[in-house]
Design a protein around this ligand. Structure first.
Ligand code: NAD
Length: 297
C-alpha cells in the first residue's frame, strides 16, 4: 500500500521503518530534518511538506506530539484534509485529548474521509520491535481497512468503539497505571521504614491481593524485578514527562465529562512534582524515589 507518514520522531520513525519492512511504500514528512534522513536510510521517500507526503497515499498515518499539532497537520493551511486524495483512510496514532480526536475526525468525515484515532502503548521499544498495542476508535469499516498497516507496526490491535474511544482507552489505562505506580511506591517505602525487606514484600504481595503490573513487571524498588528501570537508575522506559502528559489529558477528560477521579488528580500533582524536580526524562517509576524521601538512595 502507499502510505503517507507524518511525524517521524522517536515513535513514528521506527513505525514507518516497520511499514517499509512489511513491503509498503512510505512517503514521509517531519519538520525535523534528521528524521527525514533516517526515513531515506530505511528505504522510504522523504518529502518537505505534509501535502506532498499524502498526495498519493491510500493510508495516512500521523504520529505527532499533541492535540494542537494534530489539528494543524490535518486542518491547517496546506494540511492533510486539503491535499489527500478521495477514499484515503486517515489514522492518527498520537496520544491526544478525546475532544480534538473527535473534532478532527468530524472535519475529515465532512470531507468524505474515514478517520481513526489509534494511540499506542508499548513505547519506543515496542515501536522498534513492531509489537505495539493499538487502541482504535472509529468505524468498523475503517478498522478493517487499517488492520494490515497496523499489523505491520503492532501485535495487539483492539477496536475500542466509535471515534475518540481509542484515546479514551489510552488515558483511562494510563491513569490506572499512574495511580498504581504511586500505590506500589508507597507500599515499598512504608515497608522500608518498618524494616520489611523489599524482596520479601514482593514475594508476598505479588501473590496476594496487592498484585498489579506496576509491581510485578515494573517494580519501582530496585531488586525484585531485574528488568525494571529501577535497576538502571530509572532510565526510561516510559518517561515521567509522558506519564504527566497522559494524566493531564485524563484530568481534562474527567472535568469535561463530570467523572470523579480524585486519585487521578493526586497522581497528576505528584508526577508534576517529580517533573518539576528535574526528573521528567527519567522513567515514571522514579516517583518511588520522591516518595521514599531524599537521602534514602
Ligand atoms: P517525538 O517528539 O519524538 O516525535 C514527534 C515528531 O513530530 C517530531 O519528530 C516532530 O518534529 C514532529 N512534528 C511536530 N510537529 C510537526 C508538524 N507540524 N509537521 C510534521 N512533523 C511534526 O515524540 P514521540 O515520542 O515519537 O511521540 C509521538 C506521540 O506518541 C506522542 O503523542 C506521544 O504521547 C505518543 N507516545 C509516545 C510513547 C513513547 O514512549 N515515546 C509511547 C506511547 C505514545
Amino acid at each position: 500500500m502507499k502510505i503517507g507518514f507524518i511525524g517521524l520522531g522517536n515513535m513514528g520513525g521506527p513505525m514507518a521503518a516497520n511499514l517499509l519492512k512489511a513491503g509498503h511504500e512510505v512517503t514521509g514528512f517531519d519538520v525535523a530534518k534528521p528524521t527525514l534522513d533516517a526515513l531515506a536510510k530505511a528505504g522510504g521517500k522523504p518529502v518537505t511538506a505534509a501535502a506532498a507526503a499524502v498526495a498519493q497515499a491510500e493510508i495516512v498515518v500521523t504520529m505527532l506530539p499533541a492535540g494542537p499539532h494534530v489539528r494543524q497537520v490535518y486542518a491547517g493551511e496546506g494540511g492533510v484534509l486539503a491535499a489527500v486524495k478521495p477514499g484515503a483512510l486517515l489514522i492518527d496514532s498520537s496520544t491526544i485529548d478525546v475532544e480534538t480526536a473527535r473534532t478532527v475526525a468530524k472535519a475529515a468525515a465532512e470531507r468524505g474521509f474515514d478517520m481513526l484515532d489509534a494511540p499506542v502503548s508499548g513505547g519506543v521499544g515496542g515501536a522498534a520491535a513492531g509489537t505495539l498495542t493499538f487502541m482504535v476508535g472509529g468505524s468498523e469499516a475503517g478498522f478493517a481497512r487499517a488492520l494490515p498497516a497496523l499489523q505491520a507496526m503492532g501485535k495487539t490491535i483492539v477496536h475500542a468503539g466509535p471515534s475518540g474511544n481509542g484515546q479514551a482507552a489510552k488515558i483511562c489505562n494510563n491513569m490506572i497505571l499512574g495511580i498504581s505506580m504511586i500505590a506500589v511506591s508507597e507500599g515499598f517505602a512504608l515497608a522500608e521504614r518498618l524494616g520489611l525487606d523489599w524482596q520479601r514484600l514482593f514475594d508476598i504481595s505479588s501473590k496476594s491481593s496487592g498484585q498489579c503490573w506496576s509491581m510485578t513487571n515494573y517494580c519501582p524498588a530496585p531488586g525484585p524485578v531485574p528488568a525494571a528501570p529501577s535497576n538502571r537508575d530509572y532510565q526510561a522506559g516510559f518517561t515521567a514527562d509522558m506519564m504527566l502528559k497522559d494524566l493531564k489529558l485524563a484530568q481534562q477528560a474527567a472535568q469535561a465529562s463530570g467523572a470523579t477521579t480524585p486519585l487521578g488528580a493526586e497522581a497528576a500533582a505528584l508526577f508534576q512534582m517529580l517533573v518539576n524536580g528535574g526528573f521528567g526524562a527519567k522513567d515514571f517509576s522514579a516517583v518511588f524515589r520522591m516518595i521514599r524521601g531524599a537521602g534514602r538512595g
